[in-house]
Design a protein around this ligand. Structure first.
Ligand code: SAH
Ligand code: SF4
Length: 393
């Protein structure tokens, strides 16, 4: 039997494993603390662990990090790691230090099957889900490498956001134990408000997360209406905005914060007009307690899309703020090392042909009596346009 990587067990799983070895469950707590709080990878180091257990573990189990392909440090202190997850796939994690916190942004999948128009991970297609240990290994590596490097004995990473590559709620089974390890007092001891799952809107899994591990929730909205969101976030055809917002409201019953964060990627002349700001206000105000986080689009060549100007972002934000919706504009970090949102694009051996189906046709901004939004200028392309609104399955 293959030796098992203990980075993949939450405390309950580790206790069950120790029992299988004929050990008391409380031994698991000691072991778990060695692994996650002290960053130990060698059983011989675990001095207070019974020698008999250490001997049993050696040969049967191991604690192995992901191989690091590269590390880039930005002028602003942001660090991006590229991890090898095998078979030509690589995923990224980004460490973002700020005055009052240090956030680690981690990946949940090699690639992503959702295929959002404005996301370079989406353009790469999908290879596979990460396993629990591969999700946790990103945090384990970052936390313990930085502690060593900075010569610190206390916790460095104060917040985790599942905003790297992949759609975390399409890898639910692996995600949940990973979240539990982040929250566990014997593990990383992060409070539920400091762990954020960001989703493009997998409604049934938002409902399950509410029951299983209700951490902070960020929802990638990006459009005020279904016709536009259908094009930008194809998952919207399955779970349209009304269903998504209903699920967000239900989530708030158990959420650690009394609001949902909506992310909104600002795309020039696609979703950034004053009319669209007003539509967004009508959609959200008084309907879902929320904060808006506007993310200026980080361009990449294949997208055929442009970043909204600072003036348009500001005008959009001002309208939301005047309407009483708390709105922030996300600062771009790690720009010089391609570590900004949506630029994470490790290596993905696409098995879905998503990247072939992705077209650079213009996003069609539908006009109606209340909207004067203009369509994005057509990029030079020979591919066929995106169907504005197909029938919902
Ligand atoms: N799949 C999840 C989490 C990963 S993406 C999700 O979609 O929420 C994390 C955030 O980065 C999302 O809000 C996403 O919309 C945003 N994003 C993706 N590509 C981007 C880009 N090119 N510029 C700015 N933000 C982007
Ligand atoms: Fe996937 Fe999120 Fe990128 Fe959309 S924005 S393709 S859901 S990683």
């Amino acid at each position: 039997m293959d030796a098992v990587n203990l980075l993949g067990f939450d405390l309950q799983g580790l206790a069950a494993y120790c029992e299988q070895l004929g050990e008391k469950r409380f031994r698991a707590t000691q072991l778990f603390r060695w692994i996650h709080q002290k960053g130990a990878s060698d059983f011989a180091q675990m001095s207070d662990l019974a020698k008999s257990l250490r001997d049993k573990l050696a040969g049967r189990a191991h604690i192995t990090a992901l191989p690091v392909i590269s590390e880039h440090v930005s002028a602003d202190g942001t660090i991006k790691w590229l991890f090898d997850v095998g078979q030509g796939n690589a995923v990224e994690a980004v460490y973002i230090p700020e005055d009052d916190r240090a956030t680690l942004c981690i990946s949940s999948q090699a690639g992503c099957a959702v295929g959002c128009r404005f996301c370079s991970t989406g353009h790469q297609g999908f290879s596979r889900n990460l396993e629990t240990w591969e999700i946790v290994a990103q945090l384990w590596h970052a936390e313990h490498t930085l502690r060593q490097r900075l010569g610190k004995d206390e916790r460095i990473i104060s917040n985790v956001v599942m905003m790297g590559m992949g759609e975390p709620l399409q890898n639910y089974a692996a995600l949940v134990p990973a979240l539990r390890m982040m929250l566990d007092d014997h593990g990383y001891g992060l409070s539920r408000r400091r762990v954020t799952v960001s989703t493009s809107g997998v409604v049934p899994m938002i409902d399950r997360l509410r029951e299983d591990v209700p951490v902070a929730l960020a929802v990638s909205l990006h459009a005020p209406s279904d016709p536009l969101r259908d094009q930008l976030v194809p998952l919207n055809r399955k779970y349209p905005i009304a269903e998504l917002l209903a699920s967000c409201n239900a989530y708030l019953d158990k959420a650690p914060r009394d609001f949902i964060t909506f992310e909104y990627c600002m795309l020039h002349e696609v979703n950034d007009s004053p009319e669209q700001a007003r539509e967004l206000i009508a959609l959200l105000k008084g309907k879902v307690p929320c904060k808006l986080n506007l993310i200026p689009f980080n361009p990449f060549p294949a997208s055929g899309l442009k970043r909204s100007s600072n003036e348009r972002v500001k005008a959009f934000a001002d309208l939301l703020i005047q309407a009483g919706i708390v709105t922030t504009v996300r600062k771009t970090r790690g720009d010089d090392i391609d570590a900004a949102c949506g630029q994470l694009a490790g290596e993905v051996q696409d098995r879905t042909r998503v990247h072939l189906r992705m077209v650079r046709a213009p996003v069609v901004v539908q006009r109606d009596a209340t909207s004067t939004g203009t369509a994005a200028p057509a990029p030079a392309t020979t591919s066929s346009p995106v169907t504005p609104t197909g029938p919902r399955p």
